[in-house]
Design a protein around this ligand. Structure first.
Ligand SMILES: O=c1ccn([C@H]2C[C@H](O)[C@@H](COP(=O)(O)OP(=O)(O)OP(=O)(O)O)O2)c(=O)[nH]1
Length: 526
């Protein structure tokens, strides 16, 4: 669809979030209308699917990279002949996420999608964290994708960086040809877009005014931060969260936002988004971008980074010898649990959102920016698909009448991740579940039977029995390695944690996924 349609769609979506999705079914209308409703008292607002997928694409752009993928110190790869920004991608089929990817040292993320999904891309919706270059666009259009949405910042083939280089002192010999290439690519991408049957557009939906505050408050009170306060009553979890959020916000704004309005307008015009350059569309677009970046910062801050001395460590260190030889690096484990944290904001539970993501380590196929890891499935706790609002009981265990309680109706996050998984769980691979709440007694046997080898979670609820839902079996679960978010030293020695290279199994290894942050942290400690 042509760009003119895109701005029209976006304008409509500001009036009615359903319009931006070009969705017609009742389900779609129901979903879109809950985007901005706070519903009844006690309910929080939900993220729309469109915003969730957009946020996941941004987050995937930040998937921890190994050293060879961090050239030039600014997360720019040398994919093809020209400087390219790492890009995140979410592949959605029938409204379910079937792929989470990011550019690798060798391939653009659009190319990775073609390699990984091939003909399965037909009819899919793709959410990119940057406008894909023409090399990728021509292939994914030809694959017959239904919709391509991208974040309206600097595109994959960076127009900002090249412009900067060209204006600079000439230190970068590649800058001028790259600048011309980037401009040519933008023109080609536009031509492809206007002749494409795929709908290529910006799918940002305005957040409810209370959404930012809701995400901030619930993130601050999550199980992960409660563990910190539980360990040390003097620890100020709110302050820790505030500090983490400030840092995340600064970092994400630097990566995803274009602070200079003139340059942002210029960039939008080059990407064929002239309609967004006009007021009031330009200001509201920037506000939506800022709001979503704020949500991402809050969710990411709900799991403090390793500097705080916490990470995912084996509950029972004796399990090291009984499971897959190594746990993931702390950075990747944290990244995946934050993916689950984002999914939790699609919950239909009036009180508690839970998100779950299942990843596997494949035996081959290292072309993705996620290394050999591939997505198996993801989910959040919700009532059966297609159920109408308030069709099922919603009360919790404090309600005397047990018939009014929600527990027999809500499908748990892990259950949905298994039900809607897009890949099989293979016996000979390490399949890992990341879930934001301790698995309950209903889920524990499912997880084990499904062949999950490792669980990354919090055990704050472990041992609780609320009658309609209990958490007694998790502790007894055998045959699955349990990596619990906890202080890295059992002795509580936070002043000297073995942070940057520590693996969740408690081993210390010189693993290759050491990043800038790790190195910086290490330097600070020397
Ligand atoms: O493994 C699990 C466990 C629970 N849930 C979801 C199901 C339900 O939607 C919610 C129940 O959470 P909780 O046990 O906290 O019950 P509550 O009654 O909502 O909260 P409270 O702790 O105040 O009793 O969490 C999952 O998705 N996966």
């Amino acid at each position: 669809m042509a760009t003119a349609d895109t701005s029209e769609v976006n304008r409509k979506s500001e009036e009615n979030p359903a319009a931006g999705c070009s969705c017609k079914s009742n389900n779609d209308v129901k979903e879109a209308s809950t985007q901005t409703d706070t519903k009844v008292q006690g309910y929080g607002p939900r993220l729309s699917k469109v915003n969730l997928f957009t946020l996941l694409s941004l987050w995937m752009e930040l998937f921890p990279k190994n050293k060879s993928q961090l050239t030039n110190g600014n997360k720019i790869t040398q994919v093809c002949r020209f400087k390219t920004r790492i890009t995140g991608l979410v592949v959605v089929q029938d409204r379910n996420v079937i792929g989470l990817h990011c550019s690798s040292a060798e391939l653009h993320v659009g190319q990775i999608a073609v390699v990984k999904h091939g003909p399965r891309l037909k009819g899919c919706d793709l959410y990119f964290s940057r406008k894909p270059c023409s090399t990728c666009l021509k292939m994914i259009i030809n694959a017959g994708v239904s919709r391509i949405s991208y974040w309206p910042g600097d595109p994959e083939l960076s127009l900002l960086l090249h412009a900067e280089g060209a204006r600079g002192s000439g230190a970068d010999a590649q800058a001028v040809p790259s600048c011309q290439e980037a401009a040519l690519d933008a023109v080609a991408a536009e031509r492809l877009k206007s002749n494409s049957r795929s709908h290529i557009c910006i799918l940002l939906q305005p957040l409810a005014s209370c959404m930012q505050q809701f995400v901030e408050e619930t993130s601050r009170r999550c199980d992960f931060l409660e563990t910190v306060s539980g360990d040390d009553p003097c620890a100020d979890a709110a302050e820790l969260f505030g500090e983490q959020r400030r840092r995340s916000l600064e970092k994400f704004t630097g990566v995803f936002f274009v602070p200079d309005e003139r340059r942002h307008r210029d960039l939008l015009a080059k990407m064929g988004l002239e309609n967004f350059c006009m007021e009031p569309y330009f200001s509201s677009l920037r506000q939506h971008m800022r709001d979503l970046i704020g949500v991402l910062a809050s969710v990411a801050s709900s799991i403090p980074d390793l500097r705080q001395g916490y990470g995912f460590y084996l509950k029972d260190p004796a399990q090291v010898s009984r499971g897959p030889s190594q746990g993931l690096s702390q950075e990747i484990a944290r990244h995946c649990i934050i993916q689950a944290g984002l999914l939790a904001y699609r919950t239909e539970d009036p009180k508690v959102g839970v998100g779950a993501v299942i990843w596997a380590e494949g035996k081959s196929g290292h072309c993705d920016g996620t290394g050999n890891m591939y997505l198996v499935g993801c989910g959040y706790n919700a009532y059966p698909v297609g159920s109408e609002y308030a069709e099922f009981p919603q009360m919790d265990d404090k309600q005397q009448d047990r018939r009014s309680r929600k527990y027999r109706y809500i499908i748990h996050a892990e259950q949905n991740a298994l039900i809607f998984r897009s890949a099989e769980i293979k016996e000979d691979e390490n399949t890992m579940l990341f879930v934001t709440k301790c698995p309950c007694d209903e889920c524990v046997p499912l997880i084990r039977a499904a062949g999950i080898k490792q669980i990354y979670t919090t055990d704050l609820d472990s041992g609780k029995d609320k009658h309609d839902i209990s958490y007694l079996r998790f502790d007894r679960l055998q045959g699955v390695q349990k990596f619990i978010w906890q202080r890295n030293s059992p002795a509580g020695c936070m002043s000297d944690p073995v942070i940057p290279q520590s693996l969740p199994n408690g081993c210390v290894q010189n693993h290759e996924r050491e990043t800038e942050e790790d190195l910086c942290c290490k330097r600070q400690r020397l």
